[in-house]
Design a protein around this ligand. Structure first.
Ligand SMILES: Nc1nc2c(ncn2[C@@H]2O[C@H](COP(=O)(O)OP(=O)(O)OP(=O)(O)O)[C@@H](O)[C@H]2O)c(=O)[nH]1
Ligand SMILES: [Mg+2]
Length: 463
Protein backbone atom coordinates (compact mmCIF):
# COMPACT_ATOMS: atom_id res chain seq x y z
CA UNK A 1 0.00 0.00 0.00
CA UNK A 2 1.22 3.45 -0.84
CA UNK A 3 2.10 5.44 2.23
CA UNK A 4 0.38 8.69 2.95
CA UNK A 5 3.18 10.14 5.00
CA UNK A 6 5.02 12.78 3.04
CA UNK A 7 8.50 14.20 3.46
CA UNK A 8 10.54 16.97 1.89
CA UNK A 9 13.46 19.27 2.47
CA UNK A 10 11.79 22.45 3.67
CA UNK A 11 14.75 24.81 3.46
CA UNK A 12 16.61 25.98 0.37
CA UNK A 13 18.69 23.39 -1.43
CA UNK A 14 21.96 25.15 -0.87
CA UNK A 15 24.66 24.90 1.74
CA UNK A 16 23.48 26.93 4.71
CA UNK A 17 23.50 27.02 8.50
CA UNK A 18 20.76 24.53 9.14
CA UNK A 19 18.50 22.43 6.99
CA UNK A 20 15.03 21.19 7.82
CA UNK A 21 13.47 17.95 6.68
CA UNK A 22 9.77 17.90 7.28
CA UNK A 23 7.49 14.89 7.51
CA UNK A 24 3.72 14.84 7.85
CA UNK A 25 1.16 12.04 8.09
CA UNK A 26 0.03 9.10 10.21
CA UNK A 27 3.29 7.20 10.12
CA UNK A 28 5.56 10.12 10.95
CA UNK A 29 6.26 8.97 14.52
CA UNK A 30 6.61 5.34 13.56
CA UNK A 31 9.23 6.34 10.99
CA UNK A 32 11.16 8.70 13.27
CA UNK A 33 11.28 6.02 15.98
CA UNK A 34 13.07 3.75 13.52
CA UNK A 35 15.78 6.24 12.66
CA UNK A 36 16.22 8.50 15.70
CA UNK A 37 18.58 7.77 18.55
CA UNK A 38 18.52 10.13 21.54
CA UNK A 39 21.76 11.57 22.82
CA UNK A 40 21.23 9.90 26.17
CA UNK A 41 19.20 7.00 24.85
CA UNK A 42 15.85 8.50 25.93
CA UNK A 43 12.50 7.01 25.11
CA UNK A 44 10.86 6.89 21.74
CA UNK A 45 9.75 10.14 20.14
CA UNK A 46 6.27 8.69 19.58
CA UNK A 47 5.88 8.77 23.35
CA UNK A 48 7.15 12.27 24.13
CA UNK A 49 4.74 15.19 24.64
CA UNK A 50 3.73 17.23 21.61
CA UNK A 51 5.60 20.41 20.67
CA UNK A 52 8.89 19.37 22.21
CA UNK A 53 12.33 19.32 20.70
CA UNK A 54 14.89 16.52 21.09
CA UNK A 55 18.59 16.28 20.58
CA UNK A 56 20.11 13.18 19.05
CA UNK A 57 21.13 11.40 15.87
CA UNK A 58 19.51 10.21 12.69
CA UNK A 59 20.76 6.72 11.93
CA UNK A 60 20.27 4.19 9.20
CA UNK A 61 20.71 0.99 11.19
CA UNK A 62 24.12 1.27 12.83
CA UNK A 63 25.26 4.10 10.59
CA UNK A 64 24.98 7.63 12.02
CA UNK A 65 23.97 10.15 9.35
CA UNK A 66 23.85 13.43 11.27
CA UNK A 67 23.51 15.04 14.63
CA UNK A 68 20.07 16.65 14.76
CA UNK A 69 17.31 18.37 16.68
CA UNK A 70 13.90 16.83 16.16
CA UNK A 71 10.69 18.72 16.66
CA UNK A 72 7.69 16.54 17.52
CA UNK A 73 4.28 18.02 16.66
CA UNK A 74 1.18 15.96 17.27
CA UNK A 75 -2.06 16.32 15.37
CA UNK A 76 -4.13 18.49 15.29
CA UNK A 77 -2.08 21.53 16.31
CA UNK A 78 0.28 21.45 13.35
CA UNK A 79 0.63 23.19 10.00
CA UNK A 80 -1.08 20.31 8.18
CA UNK A 81 -3.20 19.22 11.16
CA UNK A 82 -1.48 15.82 10.86
CA UNK A 83 1.26 14.31 12.99
CA UNK A 84 4.38 16.18 11.95
CA UNK A 85 8.09 15.76 12.55
CA UNK A 86 10.72 18.33 11.70
CA UNK A 87 14.34 17.31 11.63
CA UNK A 88 16.82 20.18 11.95
CA UNK A 89 20.12 18.98 10.62
CA UNK A 90 23.36 20.52 9.39
CA UNK A 91 22.66 22.56 6.31
CA UNK A 92 24.78 20.76 3.74
CA UNK A 93 22.96 19.68 0.61
CA UNK A 94 24.38 16.19 0.87
CA UNK A 95 23.33 15.71 4.50
CA UNK A 96 19.82 16.97 3.84
CA UNK A 97 19.47 14.58 0.92
CA UNK A 98 20.79 11.68 2.95
CA UNK A 99 18.27 12.30 5.73
CA UNK A 100 15.43 12.65 3.24
CA UNK A 101 16.48 9.38 1.61
CA UNK A 102 16.50 7.73 5.01
CA UNK A 103 12.98 8.81 5.99
CA UNK A 104 11.80 7.62 2.59
CA UNK A 105 13.60 4.32 3.01
CA UNK A 106 11.76 3.80 6.29
CA UNK A 107 8.31 4.52 4.95
CA UNK A 108 7.64 8.12 3.87
CA UNK A 109 7.19 9.25 0.29
CA UNK A 110 8.48 12.46 -1.31
CA UNK A 111 5.96 15.29 -1.09
CA UNK A 112 4.63 17.00 -4.20
CA UNK A 113 5.32 20.74 -4.42
CA UNK A 114 2.94 22.53 -2.06
CA UNK A 115 1.57 19.29 -0.65
CA UNK A 116 2.02 20.33 2.99
CA UNK A 117 -0.02 23.45 2.43
CA UNK A 118 -2.54 21.50 0.35
CA UNK A 119 -3.09 19.23 3.33
CA UNK A 120 -3.53 22.24 5.57
CA UNK A 121 -6.23 23.36 3.15
CA UNK A 122 -7.88 19.95 2.74
CA UNK A 123 -7.89 19.47 6.51
CA UNK A 124 -9.65 22.78 6.89
CA UNK A 125 -6.92 24.68 8.66
CA UNK A 126 -6.58 27.43 6.06
CA UNK A 127 -8.67 28.58 3.13
CA UNK A 128 -7.52 28.97 -0.43
CA UNK A 129 -6.74 32.68 -0.21
CA UNK A 130 -4.57 32.00 2.81
CA UNK A 131 -2.81 29.21 0.96
CA UNK A 132 -2.05 31.57 -1.89
CA UNK A 133 -0.64 34.06 0.56
CA UNK A 134 1.79 31.41 1.66
CA UNK A 135 3.11 31.38 -1.90
CA UNK A 136 3.24 35.15 -1.82
CA UNK A 137 5.16 35.15 1.46
CA UNK A 138 7.72 32.83 -0.07
CA UNK A 139 7.93 34.92 -3.22
CA UNK A 140 7.50 38.39 -1.76
CA UNK A 141 9.94 40.68 -3.49
CA UNK A 142 9.79 43.58 -1.12
CA UNK A 143 8.71 44.56 2.34
CA UNK A 144 5.39 46.05 1.38
CA UNK A 145 4.18 43.06 -0.56
CA UNK A 146 5.42 40.85 2.25
CA UNK A 147 3.34 42.82 4.67
CA UNK A 148 0.24 42.61 2.55
CA UNK A 149 0.69 38.87 2.07
CA UNK A 150 0.99 38.44 5.80
CA UNK A 151 -2.23 40.32 6.34
CA UNK A 152 -3.97 38.14 3.84
CA UNK A 153 -2.55 35.13 5.57
CA UNK A 154 -4.21 36.23 8.73
CA UNK A 155 -7.48 35.94 6.89
CA UNK A 156 -8.43 39.56 6.20
CA UNK A 157 -9.39 38.85 2.65
CA UNK A 158 -11.18 35.69 3.65
CA UNK A 159 -13.29 37.49 6.20
CA UNK A 160 -14.24 40.32 3.90
CA UNK A 161 -15.19 38.06 1.03
CA UNK A 162 -16.99 35.59 3.27
CA UNK A 163 -19.03 38.45 4.63
CA UNK A 164 -20.07 39.63 1.15
CA UNK A 165 -20.79 36.08 0.11
CA UNK A 166 -22.86 35.41 3.21
CA UNK A 167 -25.04 38.41 2.43
CA UNK A 168 -25.54 37.23 -1.14
CA UNK A 169 -26.50 33.74 0.01
CA UNK A 170 -28.92 35.26 2.48
CA UNK A 171 -30.73 37.00 -0.40
CA UNK A 172 -30.73 33.86 -2.53
CA UNK A 173 -32.30 31.97 0.35
CA UNK A 174 -34.92 34.65 0.78
CA UNK A 175 -35.88 34.66 -2.90
CA UNK A 176 -36.02 30.88 -3.04
CA UNK A 177 -38.20 30.58 0.02
CA UNK A 178 -40.48 33.40 -1.10
CA UNK A 179 -40.96 31.72 -4.46
CA UNK A 180 -41.70 28.43 -2.71
CA UNK A 181 -44.13 29.91 -0.27
CA UNK A 182 -45.74 32.99 -1.82
CA UNK A 183 -48.66 32.86 0.59
CA UNK A 184 -46.54 33.57 3.64
CA UNK A 185 -43.57 35.52 2.31
CA UNK A 186 -44.28 38.71 0.43
CA UNK A 187 -41.96 39.99 -2.25
CA UNK A 188 -43.49 43.40 -2.25
CA UNK A 189 -40.91 46.16 -2.39
CA UNK A 190 -38.19 43.53 -2.37
CA UNK A 191 -36.65 44.57 -5.73
CA UNK A 192 -35.90 48.03 -4.41
CA UNK A 193 -34.36 46.67 -1.25
CA UNK A 194 -32.28 44.17 -3.20
CA UNK A 195 -31.09 46.92 -5.49
CA UNK A 196 -29.70 48.81 -2.52
CA UNK A 197 -28.01 45.76 -1.09
CA UNK A 198 -26.46 45.01 -4.49
CA UNK A 199 -25.01 48.52 -4.77
CA UNK A 200 -23.48 48.25 -1.32
CA UNK A 201 -21.94 44.88 -2.04
CA UNK A 202 -20.70 46.06 -5.44
CA UNK A 203 -18.96 48.95 -3.76
CA UNK A 204 -17.16 46.62 -1.40
CA UNK A 205 -16.02 44.42 -4.27
CA UNK A 206 -14.89 47.47 -6.21
CA UNK A 207 -12.78 48.55 -3.25
CA UNK A 208 -11.14 45.17 -3.14
CA UNK A 209 -10.47 45.34 -6.87
CA UNK A 210 -8.99 48.80 -6.56
CA UNK A 211 -6.60 47.63 -3.92
CA UNK A 212 -5.71 44.72 -6.18
CA UNK A 213 -4.39 47.11 -8.79
CA UNK A 214 -2.03 48.61 -6.28
CA UNK A 215 -1.27 45.15 -5.02
CA UNK A 216 0.04 44.10 -8.39
CA UNK A 217 2.17 47.19 -8.66
CA UNK A 218 3.75 46.37 -5.36
CA UNK A 219 4.52 42.89 -6.31
CA UNK A 220 6.11 43.33 -9.64
CA UNK A 221 7.61 46.75 -9.19
CA UNK A 222 6.32 50.07 -10.40
CA UNK A 223 7.17 50.53 -14.07
CA UNK A 224 8.88 53.91 -14.07
CA UNK A 225 9.75 55.33 -17.48
CA UNK A 226 12.18 58.25 -17.80
CA UNK A 227 11.39 60.30 -20.85
CA UNK A 228 12.62 63.61 -22.26
CA UNK A 229 14.41 65.21 -25.16
CA UNK A 230 18.07 64.36 -25.86
CA UNK A 231 20.64 65.53 -23.33
CA UNK A 232 18.04 66.40 -20.69
CA UNK A 233 19.81 64.18 -18.14
CA UNK A 234 17.67 61.03 -18.23
CA UNK A 235 20.58 58.63 -18.00
CA UNK A 236 22.14 60.74 -15.27
CA UNK A 237 18.93 60.31 -13.26
CA UNK A 238 18.94 56.57 -13.87
CA UNK A 239 22.46 56.43 -12.46
CA UNK A 240 21.66 58.56 -9.44
CA UNK A 241 18.61 56.47 -8.65
CA UNK A 242 20.33 53.12 -9.02
CA UNK A 243 23.46 54.33 -7.25
CA UNK A 244 25.77 53.10 -10.00
CA UNK A 245 27.05 53.95 -13.46
CA UNK A 246 24.32 51.96 -15.12
CA UNK A 247 23.85 54.12 -18.21
CA UNK A 248 26.37 55.92 -20.39
CA UNK A 249 26.26 59.68 -19.88
CA UNK A 250 27.84 62.08 -22.39
CA UNK A 251 27.18 65.57 -23.62
CA UNK A 252 26.40 64.15 -27.07
CA UNK A 253 22.69 64.32 -27.79
CA UNK A 254 21.39 60.87 -28.61
CA UNK A 255 23.68 58.86 -26.36
CA UNK A 256 21.06 56.40 -25.18
CA UNK A 257 19.61 54.33 -28.00
CA UNK A 258 18.01 51.28 -26.46
CA UNK A 259 15.87 50.99 -23.35
CA UNK A 260 17.86 50.26 -20.22
CA UNK A 261 16.07 48.66 -17.29
CA UNK A 262 17.13 48.57 -13.68
CA UNK A 263 15.33 47.54 -10.50
CA UNK A 264 15.60 50.10 -7.75
CA UNK A 265 14.43 49.61 -4.19
CA UNK A 266 12.95 52.73 -2.71
CA UNK A 267 12.57 52.07 1.01
CA UNK A 268 10.87 48.80 0.31
CA UNK A 269 9.06 49.74 -2.88
CA UNK A 270 10.44 48.17 -6.02
CA UNK A 271 10.72 50.43 -9.03
CA UNK A 272 11.39 49.06 -12.49
CA UNK A 273 13.22 52.06 -13.86
CA UNK A 274 13.54 52.40 -17.64
CA UNK A 275 15.93 54.87 -19.24
CA UNK A 276 14.99 55.69 -22.82
CA UNK A 277 16.36 57.43 -25.90
CA UNK A 278 15.83 61.18 -26.11
CA UNK A 279 12.71 62.03 -28.09
CA UNK A 280 13.31 64.06 -31.24
CA UNK A 281 12.95 63.88 -34.99
CA UNK A 282 15.83 61.96 -36.46
CA UNK A 283 16.92 60.37 -39.74
CA UNK A 284 19.36 58.05 -38.03
CA UNK A 285 17.82 54.59 -38.40
CA UNK A 286 19.13 53.16 -35.13
CA UNK A 287 18.24 56.25 -33.16
CA UNK A 288 14.77 56.33 -34.71
CA UNK A 289 14.11 52.80 -33.50
CA UNK A 290 15.19 53.93 -30.04
CA UNK A 291 12.84 56.91 -30.14
CA UNK A 292 9.93 54.70 -31.19
CA UNK A 293 10.76 52.27 -28.39
CA UNK A 294 10.80 55.14 -25.92
CA UNK A 295 7.32 56.19 -26.97
CA UNK A 296 6.09 52.61 -26.83
CA UNK A 297 7.44 52.14 -23.32
CA UNK A 298 4.99 54.78 -22.14
CA UNK A 299 2.15 52.32 -22.61
CA UNK A 300 3.70 50.10 -19.92
CA UNK A 301 4.44 52.97 -17.57
CA UNK A 302 2.81 53.12 -14.15
CA UNK A 303 4.78 56.28 -13.54
CA UNK A 304 6.49 58.65 -15.98
CA UNK A 305 9.44 60.83 -15.07
CA UNK A 306 9.54 63.63 -17.61
CA UNK A 307 12.99 65.21 -17.69
CA UNK A 308 13.11 68.80 -18.81
CA UNK A 309 16.42 70.52 -19.50
CA UNK A 310 15.96 73.83 -17.69
CA UNK A 311 19.06 75.30 -19.34
CA UNK A 312 17.30 75.20 -22.71
CA UNK A 313 13.93 76.50 -23.83
CA UNK A 314 10.95 74.21 -24.23
CA UNK A 315 10.93 73.19 -27.90
CA UNK A 316 8.86 71.10 -30.30
CA UNK A 317 10.27 67.92 -28.76
CA UNK A 318 8.94 68.93 -25.38
CA UNK A 319 5.61 69.74 -27.00
CA UNK A 320 5.50 66.28 -28.51
CA UNK A 321 6.31 64.67 -25.16
CA UNK A 322 3.72 66.75 -23.33
CA UNK A 323 1.16 65.45 -25.80
CA UNK A 324 1.92 61.88 -24.70
CA UNK A 325 1.47 62.46 -20.98
CA UNK A 326 -2.11 63.48 -20.43
CA UNK A 327 -3.36 60.18 -19.03
CA UNK A 328 -0.15 59.21 -17.22
CA UNK A 329 0.89 59.59 -13.63
CA UNK A 330 3.83 61.90 -14.15
CA UNK A 331 6.44 63.78 -12.21
CA UNK A 332 8.13 66.58 -14.16
CA UNK A 333 11.77 67.16 -13.26
CA UNK A 334 13.28 70.48 -14.17
CA UNK A 335 16.88 69.34 -14.43
CA UNK A 336 20.14 71.27 -14.54
CA UNK A 337 18.94 73.77 -11.96
CA UNK A 338 22.62 74.43 -11.23
CA UNK A 339 22.87 76.26 -14.58
CA UNK A 340 21.21 79.46 -15.65
CA UNK A 341 17.53 78.84 -16.29
CA UNK A 342 15.96 79.25 -19.72
CA UNK A 343 12.86 77.36 -18.59
CA UNK A 344 11.28 78.11 -15.22
CA UNK A 345 8.79 76.15 -13.18
CA UNK A 346 6.08 78.62 -14.06
CA UNK A 347 6.69 78.13 -17.76
CA UNK A 348 6.29 74.40 -17.32
CA UNK A 349 3.16 74.89 -15.23
CA UNK A 350 1.52 77.01 -17.91
CA UNK A 351 2.38 74.46 -20.62
CA UNK A 352 0.83 71.74 -18.47
CA UNK A 353 -2.20 73.86 -17.73
CA UNK A 354 -2.78 74.55 -21.41
CA UNK A 355 -3.21 70.84 -21.84
CA UNK A 356 -5.34 70.38 -18.79
CA UNK A 357 -2.64 68.64 -16.73
CA UNK A 358 -1.43 69.40 -13.23
CA UNK A 359 1.52 67.10 -12.74
CA UNK A 360 3.94 67.98 -9.95
CA UNK A 361 7.11 69.81 -11.03
CA UNK A 362 10.39 69.62 -9.12
CA UNK A 363 13.55 71.63 -9.71
CA UNK A 364 16.56 69.31 -9.52
CA UNK A 365 20.13 68.83 -10.59
CA UNK A 366 21.38 65.38 -11.41
CA UNK A 367 24.90 66.65 -11.67
CA UNK A 368 24.90 68.12 -8.16
CA UNK A 369 22.42 65.51 -6.92
CA UNK A 370 20.07 68.24 -5.72
CA UNK A 371 16.43 67.30 -5.11
CA UNK A 372 16.93 63.54 -5.19
CA UNK A 373 15.34 63.03 -1.82
CA UNK A 374 12.36 65.14 -2.84
CA UNK A 375 11.86 62.99 -5.93
CA UNK A 376 11.92 59.83 -3.86
CA UNK A 377 9.46 61.27 -1.38
CA UNK A 378 7.17 62.38 -4.16
CA UNK A 379 7.12 58.90 -5.66
CA UNK A 380 6.32 57.35 -2.30
CA UNK A 381 3.67 59.93 -1.62
CA UNK A 382 1.98 59.40 -4.99
CA UNK A 383 1.63 55.71 -4.44
CA UNK A 384 0.82 55.56 -0.81
CA UNK A 385 -0.89 58.72 0.32
CA UNK A 386 -4.49 57.78 0.77
CA UNK A 387 -4.35 55.03 -1.82
CA UNK A 388 -2.95 52.18 0.16
CA UNK A 389 -2.66 51.76 3.86
CA UNK A 390 -0.88 48.67 4.97
CA UNK A 391 -2.48 48.45 8.33
CA UNK A 392 -6.00 47.46 7.57
CA UNK A 393 -6.39 47.39 3.80
CA UNK A 394 -6.62 44.15 2.01
CA UNK A 395 -4.47 43.75 -1.03
CA UNK A 396 -5.40 41.25 -3.63
CA UNK A 397 -2.01 40.44 -4.93
CA UNK A 398 -3.06 37.71 -7.16
CA UNK A 399 -4.42 37.61 -10.67
CA UNK A 400 -6.68 34.66 -10.04
CA UNK A 401 -8.40 36.31 -7.15
CA UNK A 402 -8.75 39.48 -9.11
CA UNK A 403 -10.49 37.80 -12.02
CA UNK A 404 -13.00 36.07 -9.74
CA UNK A 405 -13.68 39.36 -8.01
CA UNK A 406 -14.33 40.97 -11.37
CA UNK A 407 -16.71 38.17 -12.43
CA UNK A 408 -18.58 38.41 -9.13
CA UNK A 409 -18.96 42.12 -9.67
CA UNK A 410 -20.21 41.50 -13.23
CA UNK A 411 -22.79 39.05 -11.88
CA UNK A 412 -24.03 41.61 -9.37
CA UNK A 413 -24.37 44.11 -12.22
CA UNK A 414 -26.53 41.59 -14.06
CA UNK A 415 -28.79 41.37 -11.02
CA UNK A 416 -29.11 45.12 -10.99
CA UNK A 417 -29.91 45.05 -14.71
CA UNK A 418 -32.63 42.41 -14.17
CA UNK A 419 -34.18 44.55 -11.46
CA UNK A 420 -34.16 47.59 -13.71
CA UNK A 421 -35.68 45.57 -16.55
CA UNK A 422 -38.36 44.34 -14.14
CA UNK A 423 -37.57 40.72 -14.79
CA UNK A 424 -39.23 38.00 -12.68
CA UNK A 425 -37.54 37.39 -9.29
CA UNK A 426 -36.12 33.98 -10.13
CA UNK A 427 -33.85 35.74 -12.61
CA UNK A 428 -32.18 37.53 -9.72
CA UNK A 429 -31.19 34.37 -7.99
CA UNK A 430 -29.44 32.93 -11.06
CA UNK A 431 -26.91 35.74 -11.08
CA UNK A 432 -26.72 35.90 -7.31
CA UNK A 433 -25.77 32.23 -7.30
CA UNK A 434 -23.03 32.92 -9.88
CA UNK A 435 -21.69 35.78 -7.77
CA UNK A 436 -21.58 33.64 -4.65
CA UNK A 437 -19.83 30.84 -6.53
CA UNK A 438 -17.25 33.23 -7.92
CA UNK A 439 -16.47 34.55 -4.47
CA UNK A 440 -16.42 31.01 -3.15
CA UNK A 441 -13.68 30.29 -5.64
CA UNK A 442 -11.47 32.79 -3.90
CA UNK A 443 -11.86 31.35 -0.43
CA UNK A 444 -12.02 27.80 -1.75
CA UNK A 445 -15.51 27.15 -0.47
CA UNK A 446 -16.48 26.11 -3.97
CA UNK A 447 -13.23 25.70 -5.83
CA UNK A 448 -13.00 22.81 -8.26
CA UNK A 449 -10.42 20.13 -7.69
CA UNK A 450 -8.50 21.14 -10.81
CA UNK A 451 -8.21 24.65 -9.57
CA UNK A 452 -7.01 23.53 -6.16
CA UNK A 453 -4.40 21.31 -7.78
CA UNK A 454 -3.26 24.09 -10.07
CA UNK A 455 -2.75 26.46 -7.19
CA UNK A 456 -0.77 24.02 -5.10
CA UNK A 457 1.43 23.00 -8.01
CA UNK A 458 2.88 26.52 -7.94
CA UNK A 459 4.39 25.98 -4.51
CA UNK A 460 7.99 25.15 -4.05
CA UNK A 461 8.94 21.82 -2.58
CA UNK A 462 8.64 21.35 1.13
CA UNK A 463 5.95 23.93 1.72
N1 LIG B 1 25.08 71.12 -15.46
C1 LIG B 1 24.40 70.00 -15.45
N2 LIG B 1 24.63 69.05 -16.35
C2 LIG B 1 23.93 67.92 -16.33
C3 LIG B 1 22.94 67.68 -15.34
N3 LIG B 1 22.41 66.46 -15.56
C4 LIG B 1 23.04 65.95 -16.64
N4 LIG B 1 23.95 66.82 -17.10
C5 LIG B 1 24.84 66.67 -18.26
O1 LIG B 1 24.06 66.66 -19.44
C6 LIG B 1 24.62 65.79 -20.42
C7 LIG B 1 23.58 64.76 -20.87
O2 LIG B 1 23.26 63.89 -19.79
P1 LIG B 1 22.61 62.48 -20.02
O3 LIG B 1 22.26 61.95 -18.69
O4 LIG B 1 23.47 61.62 -20.88
O5 LIG B 1 21.31 62.91 -20.80
P2 LIG B 1 20.24 61.98 -21.52
O6 LIG B 1 18.93 62.64 -21.34
O7 LIG B 1 20.36 60.58 -21.09
O8 LIG B 1 20.66 62.13 -23.04
P3 LIG B 1 20.36 61.12 -24.27
O9 LIG B 1 20.65 59.75 -23.83
O10 LIG B 1 21.29 61.61 -25.31
O11 LIG B 1 18.94 61.31 -24.64
C8 LIG B 1 25.84 65.17 -19.76
O12 LIG B 1 26.98 65.89 -20.16
C9 LIG B 1 25.57 65.35 -18.28
O13 LIG B 1 26.76 65.41 -17.52
C10 LIG B 1 22.71 68.69 -14.36
O14 LIG B 1 21.89 68.58 -13.45
N5 LIG B 1 23.47 69.83 -14.47
MG1 LIG C 1 20.71 58.87 -22.06
Amino acid sequence: MKTNTIAAIATAMSNSGIGIIRMSGEESFEIIDKIYRGKKGEKKLSEVPSHTIHYGYICDGEKVIDEVMVLVLKSPNTYTREDTVEIDCHGGVLVMKRILETVIKYGARPAEPGEFTKRAFLNGRIDLSQAESVIDVINAKNDFSLESSLHQLQGNLKNKIKEVRRKIIHEIAFIESALDDPEHISMEGYSEKLKEIISELSLELKDLLLSSENGELLKEGINTVIIGKPNAGKSSFMNVLSGKERAIVTNIAGTTRDILEEQVNLDGITLNVMDTAGIHDTWDTVEKIGVDKAKESLSRADLVIYMVDASTVLDENDEEILGLLSDKKTIVLLNKSDLEKSTTENMVFSHLEERGMNHPVLSVSMKEEIGVKEIKNKIKEMFFAGEISFNDEILITNVRQKSFLQSALDSLNMVRQSIEDEMPEDFYSIDLVSASEELGNITGECASEDLVNEIFSKFCMGK
